[in-house]
Write a protein of this length. Structure first.
Length: 332
């Protein structure tokens, strides 16, 4: 089982104590965003969890706590962009974040810290030239602290009349601009010892040496854990693509344990923060580090809890094989 922690919120920055408690107690509850009364309960023991992907813009609060995850395979997707507080109002100074990135890489190894320069947006302030200067500056600073950078171009989302394009004053990134940026960013990345790929983009940029990303990636966990992760017990078969994500997304199946409107990074392009009022309510009292849910509590009178700890579901079932063929290495 792969845990995504989380596309919906910044767990390392705002909910690291909750995450630590979930690891100590050995299980987590996840509410279904589409049907909130449905709650799924999952084991979090190292025998079940094949890997954890932490998504963050500032993991500083979590770094001192990483010892609690010594028995787990994990890596970080660390977003570090060009924007000021007009777009990312709740983040620390970028020089401080670069220092934190380096500290994290020094702590767990550069192969477990993936740099994300995304989403790329263009408007009156953030021109293509500005983005290239920023990308070059950050890439130079992170040389030796990561092996890969992932880029993407901003997409439009509409939530009850709220347009992300309007929020950041953009009309999107035209195809010719995407190619212009991709070609030059690829050169910069390679000059700094980094592979480069794109997240959930349909555009083919392979001519610039840019692959399609798999941000939740079984291959990374296989390298960290020295094994192969199979969806079948009797022979190796790669873990399945996550069908709940966009068509262009190449991530494998995972269980996201986060909840929307629980991140105070203040990113105007965020698709998971849709209501400032709900965000304030959640962070002021509903995000309890002692709760089994990241936000709120399980109410036995209302909630229907499906316990996967004994029976599992398709995403729970993965098996570890040695690299030397199909001999069973360890069943999970």
């Amino acid at each position: 089982m792969i845990i995504s922690a989380s596309r919906r919120t910044d767990i390392p920055r705002f909910h690291s104590d909750w995450m630590l408690n979930r690891i100590r107690e050995g299980f987590v509850d996840v509410r279904n965003p589409m049907f909130p009364s449905q709650v799924s309960r999952y084991r979090l023991s190292p025998e079940i969890v094949d890997g954890i992907v932490f998504w963050t813009k500032d993991p500083e609060p979590m770094i001192p706590k990483l010892g609690a995850f010594a028995d787990y395979s994990y890596y970080f997707q660390f977003s570090l962009t060009s924007y000021g507080r007009d777009v990312e109002s709740g983040l620390r100074d970028k020089h401080a974040l670069i220092a934190t990135f380096k500290e994290l890489a020094d702590t767990i190894g550069p192969e477990r810290v993936m740099w994300r320069f995304d989403p790329i947006l263009l408007n009156g302030k953030y021109s293509p030239e500005y983005q290239l200067r920023a990308f070059n500056t950050i890439a130079t600073e992170l040389n030796g602290s990561t092996e890969k950078v992932t880029i993407s171009f901003i997409d439009e989302y509409n939530f009850g009349g709220r347009s992300i394009y309007r929020s950041v004053g953009t009309d999107g990134v035209a195809a010719e601009q995407q190619n212009f940026l991709a070609e030059r960013m690829s050169a910069i990345a390679h000059e700094n010892g980094m592979a480069i790929d794109t997240c959930a983009e349909a555009v083919d940029l392979e001519k610039y040496g840019i692959q399609h990303a798999r941000c939740v990636d079984s291959r990374v966990f296989e390298r960290i854990g020295g094994c192969r992760l199979s969806r079948l017990k009797t022979r190796y078969e790669e873990l399945a693509k996550d069908k709940s994500q966009r068509k262009e997304c190449r991530c494998i199946e995972s269980i996201d344990i986060g909840w929307p409107n629980t991140c105070a990074n203040g990113c105007k392009y965020c698709y998971a923060t849709t209501s400032p009022g709900e965000l304030a309510r959640n962070l002021s009292g509903l995000c309890d580090p002692e709760s089994s849910l990241l936000c709120g509590y399980v109410d036995p009178a209302v909630d229907k809890v499906k316990d996967h700890r004994g029976t599992g579901d398709a995403r729970d079932r993965s098996f570890k094989f040695g690299f030397g063929g199909d001999q069973l290495f360890q069943e999970v």
